[in-house]
Design a protein around this ligand. Structure first.
Ligand code: BGC
Length: 819
């Protein structure tokens, strides 16, 4: 290793391309070569002597799968030598293949349970199903920190806190790999936003990098993750997938990573630079690691030893999972019932109650017998977010059905749409030819056209909604293409729930202001090879007013209201506002005015601003609750279980008061460069440092009962601090609490330090009136800062404040203790 380190220092001194060229052609340093062979084992070494260069290269990149099961990636094996192909499937909330699988709650909901043991069981479900569904590698978990509230994948990851993320990822990986599926921690590193994710250059200092984003990746490696996925973005000027500091300096030399590194999909940018920096596999194709790599070896630009190194890493992991000698256990059958049970448990455990006036929840008595359910996602189950985390669920009930069945016979549960996502048919009389393009079926090879006028009675906002199978029909309104095909991934990633109609047709929307009068409308729909079904619908200000009026009527006629509000996130897109999409805020205001006993259930990806909060009686955050989400939501609403979730990210008051507000250089970046200038002050650390009050702080969440904390003691142990205190359930109901320990800065360190950091936490269930002594251990890593001068951790000694709180904003006990 020392030899490797010194080689890297030489590389740094030489700098840039010359260094890469020198290293690439001279091959691996001798001790590194010997150590790698020893770690690989005789089976892998023997295979390496028998594989041809072409065969080796086959193992280093993805290729189409002739027997695809619908998974994201495939690497052909080498049949001649008994090396099987690898199938690689997403993702974070369940196994994403063509077939049905358990759609687990989104990772953010799992994280809200603050329960690493539950994360292990979540991992086990995915591990078991991945094997059962013909997969070898899982492209998950994702651990990039929640750094900006706008990031489109905040639901796929865990938290803004490095310790919590680290605890959860480690246990989830143990769960996945314990079932025989190789886990891939992603996206290494600094993929904290979707905007410009493929190009943005993240500039981050060494202390921030180590203390904030990398902790969870290190924990994943420590838990034995055998694969790492490199991120799209650049880190300090170099693409993550060819960043030697990340891929070799930190991952291998410092953390001792034993597996292989693959790219995110199409995230490779070079052949020799990437391979020598430490990338092992290109996905999903071989643009750089296919013919180009062979040519580079043949013409001497890179030594074949680098190819061997990458092959060795992949085969060693496969061998350890019994994939080379047939010793892997036979693929199990799916256990859908076990998956569903964990999905339900996680959704209940992570349910986070944000607001509850006068004991509005749980619903009991008349409030539980006379309910108006409002909102499109009340009747349509919001199972998961969009993008690669989307899973085909075994089944999914609507919250309305779950509420009806829980409320039972003799109760009155009405429903009103309130906000129309999929539109109403165009009125026949508004179209000149009198043909409503509703449910048109165009036969294969045929074309359907319409050229006429649309008569609009009043000036109004119109949202046109096209539903279609096959190729998208072209709709021109006054010559403007309403649904142009976007370029690249933007066309592919369009959301989860709202991008498909309940019957499965794809959906696109376009909103514009239309003046009263006649508008020319031209539609061309082509049947293609399969035939096509399409319908063109609309939502206007007028139809919206009717929907709201109906919701208000239903709310007024019921004792209590449960209003489902949504926000549909997907990868490849960030949100542009923290407000709920569409006109949901107005719907909430109108319904709450009609019935003050209004509970809002949020199926949102991450934080949401809530200007309507004080008008409502209760707010329950359910995120994307998976296939059992409806049952879990009903169980929490009716008080069958306590809402045991706590926020794993701070919720800002509005778009102007959060860590990246008004700082374009910080987010989303300027001219392709982004500076993590908040430094280590991510999430609640920023709110504490700036004295800004969030709407809801990190760690916040209400219970249906109340808890008191007392008798705090802190002892210095050999490996950190042991913090003990008593938790008492002071209410009349059994409940779940998550007391949290926070630690203040060390007086002895020069380094920038947070006002306080999460030191540990404990989820516990307590019966009414009972108390329990809780012990939380704060490890030395949490008590340390990264010293950029020494390139290492320094323990923050001296007397430090230790708090116990119900959230980062509600610190109830404190003392000082020596470290
Ligand atoms: C995502 C990855 C995912 C991959 C394969 C990429 O677009 O960023 O998280 O694993 O696709 O589906």
């Amino acid at each position: 290793m020392s030899d490797t380190v010194s080689r890297r220092s030489v590389l740094r001194l030489l700098g840039g391309a010359t260094a890469v060229a020198l290293a690439a052609t001279t091959g691996l340093p001798t001790p590194a070569r010997a150590a790698a062979r020893e770690a690989a084992g005789p089976r892998v070494e023997s295979l390496l002597t028998r594989l041809t260069l072409d065969e080796k290269i086959t193992l280093l990149h993805g290729a189409p799968d002739p027997k695809s099961l619908g998974q994201a990636g495939h690497v052909p094996g080498v049949e001649r030598l008994g090396i099987p192909p690898l199938r690689l499937a997403d993702g974070p909330a369940g196994v994403r293949v063509k077939q049905h699988a358990t759609a687990l709650p989104a990772p953010v909901l799992l994280a809200a349970a603050f329960d690493p043991g539950l994360a292990r069981r979540y991992g086990r479900v995915i591990g078991h199903e991945g094997r059962a569904l013909g997969q070898d590698v899982l492209l998950s978990p994702m651990v990039n920190l929640v750094r900006t509230p706008y990031a489109g994948r905040n639901f796929e990851t865990f938290s803004e806190d490095p310790l919590l993320s680290a605890d959860l990822v480690a246990e989830e990986i143990r769960g996945i790999q314990g079932e025989g599926l190789i886990a891939t921690v992603k996206h290494y590193a600094m993929n904290n936003q979707e905007q410009d994710r493929e190009t943005v250059d993240v500039r981050v200092d060494e202390q921030t990098l180590n203390e904030v984003e990398l902790r969870a990746f290190e924990a994943a490696v420590g838990a034995g993750s055998r694969a790492v996925m490199g991120a799209y973005n650049k880190v300090n000027g170099t693409y993550a997938c060819e960043n030697e500091e990340l891929l070799t300096g930190i991952l291998r030399d410092r953390w001792g990573f034993q597996g292989w590194v693959m790219t995110d999909w199409h995230a490779a940018h070079s052949t020799v630079a990437a391979l020598t920096a430490g990338l092992d596999m290109e996905m999903p194709n071989g643009k750089y690691f296919g013919a180009a790599l062979k040519a580079a070896v043949r013409n001497g630009s890179v030594s074949e030893e680098y190819v061997d190194r990458a092959v060795r890493r992949i085969l060693t992991a496969m061998d350890d999972f019994g994939l080379l000698d047939g010793s892997a256990p036979p693929r199990p059958a799916r256990d859908a019932a076990a998956g569903a049970a964990v999905a339900l448990e996680v959704a209940k455990a992570g349910a986070t109650l944000l607001h509850n006036e006068n004991g509005t929840l749980p619903l009991t008595g008349e409030a539980a017998r006379s309910i108006a359910v409002v909102g499109p996602t009340g009747s349509l189950p919001f199972v998961s977010g969009g993008g690669s985390a989307h899973v085909v669920p075994d089944h999914a009930d609507s919250p309305l059905d779950a509420i009806r069945s829980r409320a039972g016979d003799g109760s009155r549960v009405s429903y009103a749409l309130g906000e129309d996502l999929f539109g109403k048919p165009l009125p026949k009389e508004a179209l000149s030819a009198g043909i409503a393009p509703e449910a048109q079926r165009v036969a294969a090879g045929k074309t359907w056209t319409y050229d006429g006028t649309l008569t609009v009675e009043d000036d109004d906002e119109w949202t046109f909604v096209v539903h279609y199978s096959g190729a998208r029909p072209k709709v021109l309104l006054d010559g403007v293409d309403l649904f142009p095909v976007a370029t690249g991934l933007a066309e592919y990633f369009t959301g989860g729930l709202v991008s498909a109609a309940p019957d499965g047709l794809a959906v696109r929307r376009r909103t514009l202001d239309l003046a009263a009068g006649e508008h020319r409308i031209e539609i061309t729909a082509r049947g293609g090879a399969q035939g096509q079904t399409f319908r063109l619908r609309r939502v206007t200000g007028a139809t919206r007013a009717q929907d709201v009026a109906e919701a208000v009527r239903a709310a007024g006629a019921a004792h209590s209201v449960v209003l489902f509000a949504y926000e549909d996130a997907t990868e490849n897109q960030d949100r542009t506002t923290l407000a709920l999409p569409g006109h949901q805020a107005q719907l909430i205001e109108a319904v709450a005015a009609a019935n003050p006993r209004t509970t809002v259930v949020l199926n949102t990806s991450s934080s949401t601003s809530m200007p309507w909060l004080e008008r409502t009686a209760a707010v329950l955050q359910m995120y994307y609750p998976g296939q059992e989400g409806a049952a879990a939501t009903a169980a929490v609403l009716f008080g069958d279980c306590d809402p045991g979730g706590r926020l794993t990210q701070s919720f800002p008051v509005d778009d102007d008061h959060h860590p990246v507000a008004g700082e374009p250089r910080r987010y989303p970046g300027v001219n392709g460069v982004e500076h993590y200038s908040e430094g280590i002050h991510v999430g609640y650390r920023w709110y504490d440092a700036k004295g800004v009050r969030p709407l809801f702080p990190f760690g916040y969440g209400l219970s249906y009962t109340s808890f008191a904390y007392g008798d705090l003691r802190v002892e210095r142990t050999g490996d950190g601090l042991e913090v003990s205190f008593t938790v008492r359930n002071t209410g009349r109901r059994d409940g779940v609490d998550v007391p949290q320990v926070y630690v203040g800065p060390s007086p002895d360190l020069q380094a920038d330090q947070a006002v306080r950091v999460l030191g540990g936490y404990q989820r516990l269930a307590l019966k009414a009136g009972k108390s329990r002594r809780v012990i939380v251990r704060v490890d030395e890593r949490t008590l340390s800062s990264w010293d950029p001068k020494r390139h290492g951790w320094v323990l923050g000694t001296g007397r430090r404040t230790v708090w116990v709180g119900a959230s980062s904003g509600e610190l109830r006990l404190s003392t000082r203790a020596g470290v």
